[in-house]
Design a binder for this molecule. Structure first.
Ligand code: HSE
Length: 415
């Protein structure tokens, strides 16, 4: 019998309890052990048939030598970090679904786990039910990974899909996502890109072995995307997706990392990842592109990944320690504006013919876009690929010379 404690009884915590009960027999067959949740750490009562397991004091769990695995599904950095650290230091293995914790404290917690011969596993922190952490670490280990690009947030992907397929406004699509229970009441972390940022930080840290903190990443959400932008994107066979991406420079041992809305060609494998699904593209030198696809959020998909990590720790109670990353050297994350890409530009102008001619002179070979119902004073175009900082300079000059008021600016990515 292996006894575990579950910290938190929200969506994921209750899902973990459900999966452990539903698949108890098959888990027993796989591990040769019965896994029992001895405690569930809660802040208030819930109407379930295992109330006797509820405790409100973490010390009860910490001091109980019978508990060998602590499952942290509370979210947030504090007190999750303190509980996880104390658990590892006292000789317990830990599983977490908490992306914020891993993105902010992953290097430190992995180090503590290694020093104390314990496991710290976090498959559920990225991609919910999609296996990505273990495959990236183990199955793709023969590769040098050069890039990762992902649709890492289900809520924003749902909103953008509604904007693309049903011509909804951002506000209406967000309201629908909230009604369906995808988006939180306060949707800031999703729509402003912070959730996707934490996830790309974890993937970058794991793939390249150096910790990347969320505050090192340039982040832009989807709140400024309009149906007009969606329509112009369609004119160049593209869709708009919120992408977390990271590229490695092998010679200089640096990375460029960013979260932003991006135009993707409809040919891209990521372009057809719709609704609340997530898709993650990993570019390896041996495999080429590998795509991971599935449900990136939700109670049972996320609980599936958490329980898989528990099973792993039951099978390997001693540290499996190969999953590891370290602190990054200074200047490891370089200015994201050094990336080479193309901009989609939408602007209100006094004279469209004149503004288009000026854009052609300044940017080089632009692709002019059109849409149904396009006002006479609006232009939209794609610039050629250039270093982003240069594009910014040119855009500033274009606005002043062509009397243009910028209405939309979205990066175009080539995945
Ligand atoms: N709010 C997140 C999403 C949940 O919509 O993807 C999973 O991290």
């Amino acid at each position: 019998m292996v006894k575990i404690a579950v910290l938190g009884h929200g969506v994921v915590g209750s899902g973990v309890m459900e999966v452990l009960k539903k698949n108890q027999k098959s888990i027993e067959r796989k591990t040769g052990q019965t896994i029992e949740a001895k405690y569930v750490l809660v802040r208030h009562d819930y109407d379930v048939d295992y109330k006797e397991k509820f405790v409100q004091d973490f010390d009860v769990i910490l001091q109980d030598p019978e508990v060998s695995i602590v499952v942290e599904v509370m979210g947030g950095v504090h007190p999750a970090y303190d509980y996880v650290k104390a658990s590892l230091l006292s000789g317990k293995n830990v599983v977490t679904s908490n992306k914020e914790l891993v993105a902010v404290k992953g290097n430190e917690l992995l180090k503590i786990a290694r020093e104390h011969n314990r496991n710290f596993l976090f498959e559920a922190s990225v991609g919910g039910g999609i296996p990505i952490i273990h495959p990236l670490h183990a199955c793709l280990a023969a590769n040098q990974i050069s890039e990762i690009a992902g649709i890492l947030n289900g809520t924003t992907n749902f909103i953008l899909t509604k904007m693309i397929k049903e011509q909804m406004s951002f506000e209406d699509a967000l309201a629908l996502a909230q009604r369906l229970g995808y988006a939180e009441k306060d949707p800031t972390a999703d729509v402003e890109g912070f959730d996707a940022c934490r996830k790309i930080c974890i993937l970058a840290s794991l793939a390249f072995g150096r910790h990347v903190y969320p505050q090192q990443v340039e982040v832009e959400g989807i709140t400024r995307i309009t149906p007009e932008d969606v329509a112009y994107a369609e004119d160049c066979d593209s869709v708009i997706k919120l992408i977390g991406w990271v590229k490695r420079n092998f010679e200089e041992n640096t990375i460029v990392i960013r979260v932003c809305p991006a135009l993707l060609s409809t040919d891209s494998q990521l372009a057809s990842v719709d609704d609340v699904f997530n898709g993650i593209l990993v570019r390896g030198d041996i495999t080429g592109d590998v795509m991971f696809y599935g449900k990136g959020a939700g109670k049972l998909p996320t609980a599936s990944a958490v329980v898989a990590d528990v099973i792993e720790e039951v099978k390997n109670p001693e540290n499996i320690a190969t999953m590891y990353w370290e602190d990054a050297p200074d200047h490891y994350v370089v200015d994201a504006k050094t990336a080479v890409l193309s901009y989609y530009v939408r602007a209100k102008v006094l004279d469209t013919k004149r503004a288009t001619e000026i854009a052609e002179k300044m940017f080089g070979e632009i692709t002019v876009l059109s849409r149904k119902g396009q006002p006479e004073d609006e232009i939209a175009f794609l610039t050629p690929e250039t270093v982003e900082r240069t594009l910014d300079d040119t855009l500033a000059k274009f606005q002043s010379i062509a009397d243009a008021k910028l209405l939309g600016l979205i990066r175009r990515l080539d995945y």
